[in-house]
Design a protein around this ligand. Structure first.
Ligand code: CDP
Length: 137
């Protein structure tokens, strides 16, 4: 059986807004928006992978807050897990350092203004529920 590889995605929240990142590659995903993140490395804790990926991709110092319940299959043996996260005090502002060519902080009313990757939609919907319930600022 093929080993399952977890991809962690971050619903990074700040002031009641959610960070969306537009992918610049590969060609079939370019132009679609996602929760930034990436593959968990062998022996790595998923929360540590989340912090590492956000540092590499966005140059931020972030901390995971809570797991969004659920998991979503990606291509091959990948499965997506999502955490809410926030910037630590003193963190730089996010910048599209790799994988992305544009970032947007979306208020709840703007969340569906961007074309999300299909597989991210359930997690984004759940994050929006938390935002509008005032539980994830
Ligand atoms: O950065 P790393 O190479 O570890 O991973 P990635 O290329 O950013 O993501 C691995 C796979 O997960 C890619 O196929 C992405 O399209 C997918 N992914 C996703 O579907 N949704 C996300 N929020 C993040 C990654």
């Amino acid at each position: 059986m093929t080993e399952r590889i977890v991809v962690v995605g971050a619903a990074l929240l700040d002031g009641g807004r959610l960070l969306a990142a537009r992918r610049s590659a590969p060609p079939d995903l370019a132009g679609r928006w996602e929760l930034p993140g990436g593959k968990v490395e062998p022996g790595e804790r998923p929360e540590a992978a989340l912090v590492r990926e956000l540092r590499e991709e966005l140059g931020v110092d972030a901390e995971p807050v809570e797991r969004i319940p659920g998991e979503w299959p990606l291509r091959d043996a990948y499965v997506l897990h999502v955490w809410t996260a926030r910037l630590r005090p003193g963190s730089a502002a996010p910048a599209p350092l790799e994988d992305h060519d544009e970032l947007r902080w979306l208020a709840p009313a703007e969340i569906w203004d961007v074309p999300w990757l299909d597989q991210d939609v359930p997690a984004v919907r759940e994050t929006l529920t938390r935002l509008t319930a005032g539980r994830a600022h």
